[in-house]
Design a binder for this molecule. Structure first.
Ligand SMILES: [Zn+2]
Length: 147
């Protein structure tokens, strides 16, 4: 049990607080930093969950990235991929979650690929959400090379 950001060993209580909030190990300083950022930028906590889910498989993203016009929830600038985390009005059941994932809610604008991912998808199936994003990144890398 050590912090993902600074490797500080965590007490059981700190471990539990971080896991309950974000599902990942964070020391009190880093947990509070994330909580402040979410509050400041009015972002859902799923943004942090997805950020660490991607980080875990070696994908670096930027949290609350200001692109000059708007704040992007999560940005992967190398492949010009912007991810926005959407609040849904009604919780999706697991079948709807899988359909939403396969539909890959995507659009393209000004050279950027934008994907919208719902909060419940991140909560219910982080692993598949992360794998899906990794697949999109791999496709985008091929496109970048082809140009
Ligand atoms: Zn830390």
């Amino acid at each position: 049990m050590t912090c993902l950001e600074c490797n500080t060993p965590l007490s059981y209580l700190d471990h539990r607080k971080a896991i309950e909030r974000f599902g990942f190990e964070l020391c009190p300083a880093h947990r509070e930093r994330m909580e402040r950022l979410l509050k400041q930028k009015d972002l859902p906590e799923e943004t942090v969950i997805l950020y660490y889910g991607l980080k875990e498989i070696g994908i670096a993203s930027m949290l609350a990235w200001w692109d000059g016009k708007q704040t992007i929830d999560l940005a992967i600038s190398r492949v010009k991929l912007n991810i926005s985390i959407e609040k849904e009005h009604e919780p999706l059941n697991s079948e709807e979650v899988i359909q939403a994932l396969e539909k890959g809610m995507m659009d393209y604008k000004d050279g950027f690929t934008n994907i919208r991912i719902t909060q419940s998808l991140i909560r219910k199936d982080l692993r598949r959400t992360v794998e899906n994003i990794a697949g999109i990144i791999a496709d985008l890398r091929v496109e970048v090379k082809a140009i």
